[in-house]
Design a protein around this ligand. Structure first.
Ligand code: NAD
Length: 367
């Protein structure tokens, strides 16, 4: 059987720096766990624009369609701010999401014990927090027609349309139920069925899909109440499934319960390929951080945790993903910190590569 394939797209700014660290982690798994990946690397974002005049070359797009998983760093930067909208670095990212049809966006909100002081919530509310938001990513109000700004009675009117087909709700729901089965078997679906017809349909379809997942405990919540509950008692949740707009807001809110942008991974999954694996792209939530690029200050953990998600969700290597996450937990509890993380007199300040050194040492110790 051939090795699983991975396309690495470092992108711009600190995307390139944190991805170099991920490659060291991949090499560790090759050398110490005999896990071989066919790794290829290509350009995206500003880096692709500089070489090809487009933020994503067609050849790169074709490669992304063929591999088992794509791992992306970050795109963008001040050098590209004045480019035409059609060739801005972000267009490369959006094209990947659209053409790979990545409809389920997975955003974990996990609080490492060593960082529980970091949250704006009380420590006891977030210590041990581990929730996963599954956001529908390719439909809803960001895409629905009609949309635009036009004149009506001498006044400008802005229009966007919330539109969901049952097939769109259903495929995201299946991804969310599958996720719940791999975790704590609890799923909360969030919509506004009290005031939106699309919310009524959402609730109906999720309830229908539940019949195929009898082991999962399903609950429904209005999204505004969901926002309140996320900051009141976040540990009541395991997996949350919600639409594109509510998911955009709720996943940012949940993620920040846990601290720094430099710690947050994400995954976007599509339909299963011939080999049964879902199409998938993994990426840190943060951007290219031009303010710290080239200074060895970037925290590589968000990108390394994105690779851990790839191990779990694309490569069926849940135990190895846990090994990597535990190594990160250990390093943090030993007080190893990049500049974005809270430090005190007991902590050790490290550079981007220094953080990876510590993680690799902890991985060695796990053997
Ligand atoms: P950003 O996420 O790049 O940075 C926000 C702040 O967080 C900065 O102060 C930065 O130094 C810090 N930060 C981010 N990641 C960090 C890390 N790993 N370690 C330590 N500190 C970190 O967001 P921004 O400044 O709004 O955007 C910068 C550029 O990135 C823009 O061009 C934007 O369009 C792009 N962007 C890209 C993505 C993506 O590729 N997915 C996401 C967001 C922003």
């Amino acid at each position: 059987m051939s090795n699983p394939s991975l396309l690495i797209l470092p992108g711009d700014g600190i995307g390139q720096e944190v991805m170099a660290e991920v490659r060291r982690v991949i090499d560790w798994f090759g050398a110490k766990r005999d896990m071989q990946f066919d790794v290829s690397e290509d350009l995206v974002g500003g880096a692709a624009y500089d070489k090809h005049g487009t933020p994503l070359h067609d050849d790169t797009m074709a490669k992304a369609q063929e591999v088992d998983a794509v791992l992306l760093g970050a795109v963008g930067g001040p050098a590209y701010d004045d480019l035409d909208f059609s060739v801005k670095p972000e267009r490369g990212l959006l094209r990947l999401r659209k053409e790979m049809d990545l409809f389920a966006n997975l955003r974990p909100a996990q609080c490492f014990d060593a960082l529980s002081d970091f949250s704006s919530l009380k420590q006891e509310l977030v210590a041990g927090l581990d929730i996963m938001i599954v956001r529908e990513l390719t439909s809803g109000v960001y895409f629905g027609e009609p949309r635009g700004i036009h004149m009506e009675d001498n006044m400008r009117v802005g229009i966007n349309t919330q539109r969901y087909t049952e097939a769109e709700i259903e495929r995201g729901a299946r991804a969310a139920f599958d996720m719940a089965m791999k975790r704590g078997k609890k799923l909360c679906s969030m919509e506004k069925a009290n005031v939106m017809e699309s919310g009524i349909l959402w609730r109906d379809v999720v309830t229908e899909v539940h019949a195929d997942y009898p082991e999962v405990e399903l609950s429904h919540m209005y999204a505004d109440n969901g926002a309140m509950q996320l900051v009141r008692a976040p540990k009541q949740f395991d997996v949350i499934y919600t639409d594109n707009l509510f998911g955009d807001i709720l996943s940012d809110c949940a993620a920040m319960l846990t601290g720094s942008l430099g710690m947050l991974p994400s995954a976007s999954l599509g339909a299963p390929m011939e080999n049964g694996r879902p199409k998938a792209m993994y990426e840190p939530v943060h951007g290219s951080a031009p303010d710290i690029m080239g200074q060895g200050k970037a925290n590589p953990i968000a990108c390394i945790l994105s690779f851990a998600m790839a191990l779990r969700y694309s490569f069926d290597q849940g135990e190895e993903a846990t090994r990597l996450e535990s190594a990160i937990e250990k390093v943090l509890s030993d007080g190893v910190r990049t500049g974005d993380l809270l430090s005190d007199e007991h902590s050790t300040a490290v550079s981007t590569s220094g953080m990876t050194d510590a993680i690799l040492t902890a991985l060695d110790a796990s053997l």
